[in-house]
Ligand binder design. Structure first.
Ligand SMILES: CC(C)(COP(=O)(O)OP(=O)(O)OC[C@H]1O[C@@H](n2cnc3c(N)ncnc32)[C@H](O)[C@@H]1OP(=O)(O)O)[C@@H](O)C(=O)NCCC(=O)NCCS
Length: 579
């Protein structure tokens, strides 16, 4: 895990010294001479009063912090159709899943013939066999590990096409959103189905920022983690812990409560992510600032320090904003499906988000961005690429080319294409060189011309270049997956909201093919010992003798490799002893 602070940190306390988002403290002109880099980006933003800025959320119902009152007011204004004359309560456009004219006929070994309907969605050529009645009609289930062939819901949020390399949020190509919108516009789009007007965006921003504080008591929660705890571990725990602050007052069947929850997730996740980082490196937590953009605020909370003034580099902020858009949603991936499954039991939405973060952490999913950087550092130089690829192809120790391959994209990942261009642009603008970029490009080129990868349709995915981008912004490696979680949190909450509001709540409960031992009788330890006593003519009849004998039996059994008991406790005990 790399939790190093940006190495160029300064300890200067001069008030003219400004800590930049790359970790440097630079001497800037006096405040009067300074032109705020945020001046243009905050234009049109609804500024909050100072009292709104200093209050936390999740307090008792009687004394409500001002910021908590902002959201209901906002929602009331939306219901009153006051924003640009539109009714913001309307559900985003959703087309019915169409029934096809054709049906599929299945013939079973017993001669039974079953007809199943075919369905299709709004875009793409894929057809889906509706198997909801399959068991009732045929007595058969389907077997599909990893759900590679199975749709478990209908959704109107994101469309991706693996063959054509398309990724649309509510119909808009993700690349176009990166080029024309900011992250909060994208959040609004994903939530309410279209890009907001300037007024809608300004109000939305102010509401999101007003929910960015966490309860003061929540800070203590972070104290319990040991030094160098991985920030994803803190994220899982902290997001789950938020459910303790927002549970009793939250009714998931109430539309307004779902909207409030969505805005709390968008507002609080950056604060928690930055708190996770500050906790991990032992620095004081930095409070959010509502006068900054979403990305600027996050960088401020990550890198500001009481030692000196901090100024966000606008190039970093813009790059981070685009990174967040590229990760905002990706239909039914592992973490989103996890959120939906958790949500299907009607669990608290913050707990569902924690489940999503846990699923994202693994290197086969969001953890791949961190794994790519580790892989590049292990490869070390262009000269070692051939050997590395040979190891991948030989599946040596299960090594994979991280940042390559995707369950859906079998041609190219449009997010990866955009990410590559973005990385190059950002490094050029910052006038930076990153040797890993050259290495990654050489690795990509070699892999794409290698039969192993061509045959399996393995292409770079969004994680292949994203770590290099984050490093250019000054983000430490261990935070890469946290940043993915931050971007994806809007997707998770939108999918959860769609699930609950459309009552697609049939609990997620897959089947299995059982391959374990057949049914057998329980033989109690008492009976085993009694049988043993009888066999050796012993007289251990009192309970203490019995216990003593049982302990001896366990101790002996757990020390005998090959015995059943050794298999369980013996191995664990030996492992403990050796670590
Ligand atoms: C993303 C991923 C999990 C998709 O997995 P999947 O759809 O279940 O594909 P499979 O694991 O069934 O792989 C199919 C074949 O391609 C190979 N393969 C898949 N991804 C590979 C990779 N990154 N490097 C090397 N081989 C890979 C598998 O070994 C398998 O080969 P085989 O047919 O000889 O057994 C997988 O491609 C992967 O592990 N990629 C690396 C991690 C990563 O970048 N994750 C981020 C995803 S956005």
């Amino acid at each position: 895990m790399t939790l190093e602070q940006p190495s160029r940190e300064s300890s200067a306390t001069n008030e003219n010294n400004t800590r930049m988002s790359d970790g440097e403290c630079r001497t800037l002109p006096n405040a009067a001479e300074r032109k705020s880099p945020h001046a243009s980006t905050t234009l049109g933003m609804v500024r909050l009063t100072s009292s709104q800025n200093v209050q936390g959320e999740g307090s008792s119902e009687k004394i409500r912090p001002t910021s908590q009152a902002v959201i209901p007011t906002y929602l009331a204004s939306k219901t009153a159709e006051s924003l640009d004359g539109k009714n913001a309560w309307h559900q985003p456009e959703k087309h019915e899943v169409e029934d096809e004219k054709d049906v599929v006929t299945m013939t079973f070994p017993d001669g039974k013939v079953v007809e199943l309907p075919l369905k299709k969605g709004q875009l793409g050529t894929e057809r889906f066999i509706d198997i909801q009645t399959l068991y009732a009609k045929s007595g058969h289930f389907t077997y599909d590990p990893g759900c590679g062939n199975t749709a478990t819901c209908s959704s109107a949020i994101t469309y991706i096409s693996g063959e054509d390399g398309i990724c649309l949020y509510r119909g808009y190509p993700v690349k176009d959103l990166c080029e024309n919108c900011e992250y909060l516009e994208t959040c609004y789009l994903l939530l309410w189905g279209d890009i907001p007007s300037p007024t809608e965006l300004a109000v939305f921003k102010s509401v999101v920022m007003s929910s960015s504080l966490v309860h003061e008591k929540f800070k203590k929660f972070f104290d319990g983690f040991p030094d160098q705890t991985h920030p994803m571990s803190i994220m899982v725990s902290a997001c789950g812990a938020l459910s303790g602050f927002f549970n009793d007052s939250l009714n998931i069947w109430e539309p307004a409560d779902r909207e409030i929850t969505a805005m709390r997730i968008i507002g609080k996740l950056p604060t928690i992510a930055a708190m996770a980082y500050k906790t991990a490196i032992g620095e004081p937590i930095v409070y959010p600032r509502s006068d900054l953009t979403y990305a600027e605020n996050f960088l401020h909370m990550m890198f500001a320090s009481p030692l000196c003034h901090f100024e966000v580099n606008p190039v970093h902020a813009q790059a981070l904003d685009k990174f967040l858009i590229l990760h905002a949603d990706h239909e039914q991936n592992a973490s989103t499906s996890t959120v939906r499954i958790a949500g299907s039991s009607q669990a608290n939405p913050f707990a569902c988000m924690a489940a999503g973060i846990a699923s994202l952490w693994g290197p086969a999913h969001g953890g791949a961005n961190e794994a790519v950087i580790k892989m590049l550092s292990e490869i070390g130089s262009v000269d070692n690429i051939d050997q590395f690829l040979a190891d991948v192809k030989a599946k040596k120790d299960g090594v994979r080319l991280m940042g390559f391959g995707h369950r859906v994209y079998k041609n190219f990942d449009p997010r990866a294409r955009y990410m590559k261009i973005l990385v190059q642009d950002v490094l050029n603008t910052l006038d930076c060189l990153d040797p890993d970029l050259e290495l990654a490009m050489a690795l990509e080129e070699k892999a794409l011309s290698d039969e192993y990868f061509v045959k399996r349709k393995l292409y770079p995915n969004v994680d292949f270049y994203s770590g290099i981008l984050l490093r250019a912004i000054g983000i430490p490696t261990a935070m890469y997956t946290v940043l993915f979680a931050l971007g994806r949190s809007i997707g998770w909450i939108c999918q959860w909201r769609e699930l609950v509001s459309e009552k697609q709540m049939r609990i997620g409960r897959p089947r299995q093919i059982y391959v374990g031992v057949g049914e057998r009788d329980v033989v109690s330890m008492k009976d085993v010992l009694a049988a043993a006593d009888e066999a050796d003519g012993g007289h251990h009849n009192t309970s203490s003798q019995m216990t003593e004998k049982l302990q001896c039996h366990n101790a002996a059994a757990s020390n005998v490799p090959g015995s059943k008991m050794y298999g369980n406790m013996g191995r664990i005990a030996n492992k403990y002893a050796s670590t």
